[in-house]
Design a protein around this ligand. Sequence first.
Ligand code: PMP
Length: 307
Amino acid sequence: FADRDGVIWFDGELVPWRDAKVHVLTHTLHYGMGVFEGVRAYHAGENGTSIFRLQEHTDRLFRSAHIMNMKMPWSKDEVNEAQRLVVRENNLNEAYLRPMAFLGSEGMGLRADNLKVHLIVAAWDWPSYMSPEAKEIGIKVRVSSYTRHHVNISMCKAKANGHYINSMLALKEALDCGCEEALLLDAEGYVAEGSGENVFIVRNGVIYTPELTSCLDGITRNTIFQLADECGYKIVEKRISRDEVYVADEAFFTGTAAEVLPIRELDGRQIGPGHRGPITEKLQSLYFAAVRGELPQHREWLAPVSN
Ligand code: PMP
């Protein structure tokens, strides 16, 4: 992955992909204190290639940095511009973008004073997280034996590098069991989220999703709230138990990488008819229309990369 052509924005410079390196004593590599985003750009009709909800991702990156006491060395406008630039400079029609702020190799202690905050923005072609069939038939999921972060152990509102140890353990366990994704419960045993997605269920025409207490404030989640509202669907944020998911009519994950992904089975129990349900299908198709610039009322969600 490191050995390829292209450029990465690194502390304000466009660096050849292969040369975008750090020292082995980079602080974040040791302790995981860093913050990042996962962002997508789509080909959006006459707008051309456009970054979806760029400002919201940049805002969350800065909130994550604030939570983690990392002082961002760039302004939000500069970070937005860096993201548009890397998509353009790598000639990407559609892209996954990875802005990340990390602590440098100026020192090693946990005190972490006098460390420089560095910022990179990489972008590459990453078509789909799941197979095209998965978007229609849905995926098999299992409840993880790993608990999601507790609000007072790690800071759930931050999209922080170290948090993803928990996600990776959960995902590996799920994959080893023949499933495609994990569903993590919070410290009290209620449904929190997937390894990298928020979760929704549908019952009797009403959409439910966990409150944000121990899950990430997903931008796709927020997009779904707005799209569902425009269709007249009711969304309720509430505590959800795992057996409520078993007896739901529909269930789906949302995330920038996963997009809108139906869940067809949880812990060996078929959910609803065992394939994508009608409300999931409707919201999924609206989501793809939104990212591709086909919803005129949501042009403000698109940041074209061209000048
Ligand atoms: N939860 C977790 C743990 C995630 O990593 C992600 C992906 N960023 C999400 C939820 C979904 O967030 P978004 O819709 O902003 O990508």
